[in-house]
Design a protein around this ligand. Structure first.
Ligand SMILES: [Fe+2]
Length: 143
């Protein structure tokens, strides 16, 4: 397989934090609900976050240029194509959005690069062993 697909529920103002990908190209698609707001930045020559960089993206196949920190508002049915090095964050605006992602296959663990250090989940004190492990949990639980 050369592509993958996932669905996310982007709740109102729930931010998927600013990140980019090393190899993954992805289409982010508003599959329904409210407006999906996406903010963009470009990369520097080393691929690192650059608050002064903008760049082009393709929105439903049409090239659109964005200023650093600029964004798009995707209505249901609209999409944007993001390439490696396109830094992006998104959230539901005015309500929940069913967000689709169609992308190249990748391993999210090394491929997701976040601007700010974040954990996979908020720090919690576990009271029970997990029923199902995520790929990123295997190393800590199984060694
Ligand atoms: Fe992404």
């Amino acid at each position: 397989m050369c592509h993958a697909e996932k669905l996310l529920i982007s709740r109102r103002d729930q931010i998927s934090p600013m990140h980019t990908h090393v190899i993954k190209a992805e289409d982010i698609i508003n599959r329904g609900g409210a407006t999906l707001e996406i903010q963009f930045y470009g990369s520097d020559v080393d691929g690192k976050f650059d608050e002064t960089a903008g760049g082009p993206v393709y929105c439903d196949g049409l090239r659109r240029c964005f200023a650093p920190g600029g964004g798009l508002r995707l209505a249901p049915g609209e999409s944007v194509t993001l390439m490696p090095g396109d830094w992006h964050a998104f959230w539901g605006d005015g309500g929940e959005v069913l967000t689709g992602e169609v992308s190249t296959v990748n391993d999210d663990d090394p491929d997701n690069t976040f601007r700010d250090p974040i954990g996979r989940f908020s720090e919690i004190e576990e009271g029970e062993a997990p029923t199902h492990l995520l790929v990123s949990d295997c190393r800590s639980w199984l060694g």
